[in-house]
Design a protein around this ligand. Structure first.
Ligand SMILES: Nc1ncnc2c1ncn2[C@@H]1O[C@H](COP(=O)(O)OP(=O)(O)OP(=O)(O)O)[C@@H](O)[C@H]1O
Ligand SMILES: [Mg+2]
Length: 354
């Protein structure tokens, strides 16, 4: 998605600014495919970003600068993304058939009834999906993002010395990641599920086309907070425990129990979203879940989803169709890959595509 006054360019960095990690990916097009040029994961101190809003922009700029230095980023052009249910509205709506130009003219008027914010406070974009069964009607995906949120992100990225050229949406980036790495099977509905520290992005694709998206403000911070409470430990120690590292006076077995019960809350939210999808669409049930984000690294989390929903759940492979040159530590890339899903999707974005 291109927002007002922001123009795309070739060979930009996909920069996913999450609330717990910044991820940067750069790809190079080679022999009809992609090759990895840069892949970097940089951890952020907690609470710089809360519920999609930048709370401490100065420290975020510092972290970004640090990452640019550590990753040896030379290119300035950057594609970033926004998510979160409080700042992004994505709706599939039905409108009378009209051309793209006509809809560009009238989108503000059409969007007004679907957007719970002042229409002057949001940037709007849309994609015409195609005609509906009812004659004279068409399906459109409407996207509205709060301008102040976009501006907050653009500002910090600029202050860090980068040049933001495209502002995308996390769930659309996931769809792009899926597009380059997976075969589209016409009869299948695939749920892309990205669970980070504080957000769940869900995007359901039918034959490769998005039919449902939803963001929730829950994530793996629930695990961290539960561990902190239960064992009276710091955020840093709780994060270590979560990753399976040893922490004094806490057995991994006790930690696993706490992690599992915190997972229940996330699993319930996923079930609610799937139920909502089933209730709002006439589409068939979900055939497969592709799970990304740091939460997918929690032991057994994918199988817990399968157990709970009855849907086969696979961990995302964002680099499946991307050649990884020898200079990279392949084992490390494989380990962090599920967390890089959004950044890979952003790195694929090019000028003028939608
Ligand atoms: N090896 C691991 N095992 C378990 N959890 C992990 C591991 N590595 C990272 N995590 C957890 O994953 C989360 C970070 O995932 P991710 O990078 O997808 O989130 P984010 O994009 O920063 O957050 P959000 O998009 O929700 O704001 C953190 O809660 C972190 O503790
Ligand atoms: Mg994220």
């Amino acid at each position: 998605m291109l927002f007002d006054g922001i123009f795309g360019g070739k060979g930009s960095i996909g920069l996913d600014i999450g609330s717990s990690y910044i991820k940067a990916v750069k790809l190079r097009e080679s022999k009809g495919g992609y090759e990895l040029e840069l892949c970097h994961l940089h951890s952020l101190p907690p609470e710089l970003i809360v519920d999609g809003s930048i709370i401490d922009s100065m420290r975020l700029v510092d972290s970004l600068k640090e990452m640019v230095r550590a990753a040896g980023i030379k290119v300035k052009d950057t594609t970033i993304s926004i998510s979160g249910h409080s700042s992004v509205i994505i709706k599939r709506i039905s409108l009378p058939e009209m051309s793209e130009e006509e809809l560009s003219e009238s989108i503000k008027f059409e969007a007004e009834q679907y957007v719970p914010f002042d229409i002057e406070d949001v940037n709007l974009d849309f994609q015409i999906i195609g005609p509906k069964d009812e004659p004279g009607q068409m399906d459109v995906i409407l996207v509205a993002v709060k301008k102040d949120i976009i501006n907050e992100y653009i500002q910090v990225v600029k202050e860090a010395g980068l040049n933001p050229i495209i502002v995308d949406i996390d769930s659309f980036a996931l769809e792009n990641m899926f597009g380059v790495n997976y075969e589209i099977e016409p009869g299948k509905n695939i749920a892309l599920l990205n669970i980070g520290a504080s957000t769940i992005n869900i995007s359901i694709l039918k034959g490769g086309i998005s039919v449902f998206t939803r963001d929730s403000s829950l994530g793996s911070n629930l695990h961290t907070e539960a561990l902190q409470r239960e064992f009276n430990i710091t955020y840093e120690l709780a994060e270590k425990l979560k990753r399976g590292e040893t922490v004094e006076n806490v057995s991994q077995e006790d930690a696993n129990g706490v992690i599992e019960s915190a997972s229940e809350e996330i699993l319930s939210e996923i079930s609610r979203s799937f139920d909502y999808y089933r209730s709002t669409t006439v589409h068939e049930d979900i055939s497969e879940v592709i799970l990304s984000g740091g939460c997918s690294l929690i032991r057994n989390f994918a199988s817990m989803i399968t157990e709970r929903s009855g849907i086969e759940t696979k961990i995302a492979e964002p680099f499946r169709n991307i050649r990884i040159p020898k200079k990279f530590d392949a084992a490390y890339i494989e380990e962090i890959a599920p967390m890089m899903a959004v950044a890979v999707g952003l790195a694929i974005r090019k000028q003028g595509d939608r």
